[in-house]
Design a protein around this ligand. Structure first.
Ligand SMILES: Cc1cc2nc3c(=O)[nH]c(=O)nc-3n(C[C@H](O)[C@H](O)[C@H](O)COP(=O)(O)O)c2cc1C
Length: 244
């Protein structure tokens, strides 16, 4: 199928068909999607962070994630990158486990992040989610997802392409994600509230912000406000600041 200049991503998540978590059934959900869409789309996202799955986030556990990524690699289509989409509310240890596994299993990158769960972000609950249901996109997620981008950029040190997502409404928001380490961006809430013309406005604003900082391309700006700390022999992957 040809979508012209549009880049189309296929996002696979596990289903809720089985009430208890079953590793092989869950892996089959992902690989079935990859097989069905093998001729469609430009890249794939392995969504291990859907807030609607009834058995939590089992692929935060290293052994489960290893098994999933091995199966995903067996269904790779040549030339189509595969990204793993992370939740917004993980601990730094959980993020490190996922990021290291993505590098180990040669994923192309990560999508940061999915929605923020109310249980982890109580300050928003009373005003925004009086029934404590659902999860948060847009502004309440903006700072949370940027912080995850900053951490993952420092942890992965260029080995993973980061797609930044969460509360991007303006060129300034987009630029903050890029200078924190994102190479590509997704926007969902903005398209719902402001419509597709917001993309043009953001692109025009980005040109001005790049010029103001003396950059001639987005590539030069990636991670420019999130310098990578020096590696030490004691800690060759990440320094203490990385883990903070
Ligand atoms: C109505 C709605 C449905 C969504 N469905 C999915 C989904 O099926 N898969 C997924 O990976 N993310 C899904 N998301 C999360 C978004 O892809 C995105 O990570 C999140 O909304 C943050 O971006 P935003 O602040 O630009 O909306 C959904 C978000 C919204 C608002």
């Amino acid at each position: 199928m040809d979508f012209g200049k549009l880049k189309v991503g296929i996002n696979a998540a596990k289903s809720n068909l089985t009430s208890e978590f079953d590793l092989q059934d869950s892996i089959d959900d992902y690989t079935k999607t990859l097989s069905l869409f093998k001729d469609i789309g430009d890249y794939y996202t392995i969504n291990i962070s859907c807030p609607n799955t009834q058995d939590g986030e089992p692929f935060v556990i290293k052994e489960n994630l290893d098994a999933l990524l091995i199966a995903v690699n067996a269904h790779r289509v040549a030339g189509r990158p595969i990204y793993v989409k992370l939740a917004a509310d993980l601990s730094n240890d959980e993020i490190n486990t996922i990021v290291d596994a993505c590098i180990e299993h040669q994923m192309d990158g990560v999508v940061l992040t999915n929605l923020a769960k109310p249980s982890h972000n109580k300050e928003f609950i009373e005003a925004e989610l009086p029934y404590h249901k659902g999860a948060m996109s847009g502004l309440p997620l903006q700072r949370i997802s940027t912080n995850v981008i900053r951490h993952v950029y420092r942890r992965s040190r260029g080995k993973l392409t980061i797609i930044g997502v969460g509360g991007i409404f303006t060129a300034k928001d987009a630029y903050e994600k890029i200078t924190s380490g994102a190479s590509l961006l997704h926007m969902i809430s903005t398209l719902i509230f402001d419509g597709p013309q917001s993309i043009n406005e953001i692109n025009r604003g980005l040109v001005k912000l790049l010029k103001a900082d003396g950059f001639s391309s987005i590539e030069e700006a990636i991670g420019s406000r999130n310098p990578l700390p020096k590696l030490t022999p004691e800690n060759p992957v990440a320094t203490k600041q990385d883990a903070a």
